[in-house]
Design a protein around this ligand. Structure first.
Ligand code: AMP
Length: 371
């Protein structure tokens, strides 16, 4: 899920599991190299607190742990020269010292580390960093242990912050640099008015409207392979299998790569589709902003669909038992998605009974308040 810290957006980048694996690898390597030596692990605050904690919990042999801090002196503008490491009070003579850094990018801190340890007659000084940006590193100091190499982009989480926020996150997020999209899932049972409202909303907010039902009908009309496959399911009011639908949806999104955002209408209809949609949005550096549901009673729906069937030419609108099957499919398989989006705080219910304009206004009220 995309997160916002202050004014910036960040996307998931390295999972807690991947971090844990990297920490374990570093622990094993260092424990093996140090043998029976009792090392002093020195974390550089604030960023390394989480890494150091996880690292020493895994470390299989006795060790000492301490921290030093980078402090900048106030009142001076340039940061690089006046940052100093403070807090080292321990005697490190003849000790094996391993500095544990959360991240090394330009290597500015490395200079400080070597400056502060220059006069300590340590037996050994090793540098270990969980994250490393090879493209940014400008110094010659050797880095003895590296957890994960990352591209030169700003990250937060697992101890790393953006202006104070994000240190507490158990996973790592990367700054999102592409254009911000508004992506809406328009939701509700068949006949709730999703198609009608989507027409207005796509104009008003300059969004691309993707109706999976429309795409299927287009393919059926043109007798494509996809159309032939989908027809048997659609004709009896059943859902088309997830794999088929998800691939089709991804292709539709791909066709509109410059879009300002999307209105998804008729998708997702299952849990698997919702997860696939989240992943698709992440791959676009984006997210679903809201599921907006049109709430309409069943009796009203059947009446509306039979009425529409007189002119829509849709076989699945003409027969009351097929209509009931579609509504049943909605409650059996689709309605659970309300929970999926509610759990992410993205569910918005809107009364779907009233004039078209009144309902459009209710929807716009929700969308305008999203930002
Ligand atoms: P609709 O126009 O949204 O009412 O969709 C008409 C029919 O297309 C549905 O009854 C399903 O058979 C099929 N369909 C549309 N969207 C999906 C979806 N997301 N997953 C599976 N089947 C779908």
């Amino acid at each position: 899920m995309i997160i916002k810290l202050h004014d910036l957006y960040f996307k998931p980048f390295i999972t807690a599991q991947e971090i844990d694996d990297a920490v374990s690898r570093m622990v094993n390597q260092i424990a093996e190299d140090l043998g029976d030596e009792i090392p002093v692990f020195i974390g550089i605050l604030n960023g390394s607190f989480m890494f150091v904690s996880d690292f020493v919990k895994k470390y299989p042999k006795p060790c000492e742990v301490t921290f030093i801090k980078l402090a900048s002196y106030e009142g001076v503008k340039s940061t690089e020269d006046i940052q100093r490491l403070i807090g080292l009070t321990q005697d490190l003579s003849d000790r094996t010292v391993v500095v544990l850094e959360d991240i090394i990018d330009t290597g500015g801190t490395m200079y400080e580390i070597h400056r502060i340890f220059k006069n300590q007659s340590t037996k050994n000084l090793k540098i270990a960093t969980l994250f490393y940006k090879p493209e940014a590193y400008k110094k010659d100091y050797k880095l003895h242990y590296i957890g994960i190499e990352i591209p030169n982009k700003f990250i937060v989480g697992y101890g790393l912050d953006y202006d104070g926020l994000g240190r507490d996150l158990p996973e790592v997020y990367q700054i999102k640099t592409t254009q911000y999209m508004t992506n809406l899932v328009l939701f509700g049972p068949p006949g709730a008015g999703k198609g009608t409202q989507a027409e207005f909303l796509k104009q008003k907010y300059n969004l691309v409207h993707i109706s999976t039902g429309d795409v299927f009908r287009y393919n059926i009309k043109n007798e494509t392979a996809l159309g032939k496959l989908a027809k048997s399911f659609i004709d009896r009011g059943a859902l088309v299998p997830d794999e088929v639908t998800i691939n089709m949806l991804a292709a539709e999104v791909e066709k509109n790569s410059g879009a300002n955002g999307f209105i998804f209408d008729g998708f997702p209809r299952t849990d698997a589709q919702a997860k696939a949609l989240d992943n698709l949005m992440i791959s676009k550096d984006s997210q679903i902003n809201a599921m907006i549901a049109l709430e309409v009673d069943d009796q009203v729906l059947v009446g509306r669909l039979l009425e529409r069937g007189k002119t829509s030419g849709r076989p699945d609108d003409a027969d009351e038992s097929i209509i009931k099957n579609r509504i049943k499919e909605y409650y059996n398989k689709t309605a659970i998605l309300k929970e999926y989006y509610a759990a992410q705080d993205k569910y918005y219910g809107v009364d779907g009974v009233g004039t078209i304009e009144a309902i459009t206004q209710r929807l716009a009220g929700v969308i305008d308040n999203l930002k």
